[in-house]
Ligand binder design. Sequence first.
Ligand code: NAP
Length: 281
Amino acid sequence: MPSSVRTTTLPCGEAIPVLGQGTWKMGEDSRRRADEVRALKLGLDLGVTLIDTAEMYADGGAEVLVAEAIAWRRDETFLVSKVLPSNASRAGVRRACENSLKRLRTDRIDLYLLHWPGSVPLTETVEAFEALKQAGKIRHWGVSNFDTDEMQELVLLSDGDKVQTNQVLYNLVRRGPEFDLSPWMRKRGIPLMAYSPVEQGALAHNARLAEVAARHGASAAQIALAWVMRQDDVIAIPKAGSQEHVRQNVAALDIRLTHQDIADLDRASPQPTRKRGLEMI
Ligand code: NAP
């Protein structure tokens, strides 16, 4: 892995890059497909080896596209996928995982997440994840869109403390997790995976970010990413459908925000001073 990509450590002790590649909306438009595959491949070339996908994306089409991008490069990739809450029963998880493995054309998923909390008792989903681990179908598991109380409940379950991450909506204009979720996760050594770090592209047009960006000769989107990754234990997983965006996102790893930058961004978008329910996109 090129030295430019910093890593953070999962509770299991494994190091993973703090910058990954998202894939939501990939595989939906055949006219963009070749660009999307090329973008993911370039990301791998540049050391962004964590790829985030889900059975939900493009109804499995994103996983098929990921398979194409990582063909012959499976061992250098850290593959994250997600099971829908409607498939979170014991048999459902097993089936969903088999289907994801087929689409991804691999024998294992590195990190398998429950996409959001649902109605299946969590104990059952955790048991199913642990069984998949035993069978070698997944290496680790985690959750997504879990608020603090849900994380607290999870870690009290049998094997619940094996959770490796919680993937949540977190960016400059979605700072809710900073109130109690990220401090709680930090105390337990569980890295936070920040999805929609560019607010689905909107932060590329944010005026305050553009002001800070001008000081660094960078773009607003790059500052949005540097802001998320200013914390050692936060992983940003922007989705980039073009090689140019991938290059820019990798370059964001080299941006060091100053105290002045951080203070200006805090004024524009203050830290939360009270609990807000976790937002989801
Ligand atoms: P995002 O990464 O915040 O934004 C993606 C948008 O930003 C795309 O339109 C992309 O354009 C644009 N972009 C990327 N890099 C850019 C750059 N350097 N300059 C300007 N624009 C740039 O939003 P997201 O896709 O919602 O979130 C990222 C990933 O998180 C998803 O793809 C998915 O893997 C994951 N996610 C998970 C959940 C969950 O519930 N667990 C929910 C949402 C997302 P181009 O495509 O044209 O490059």
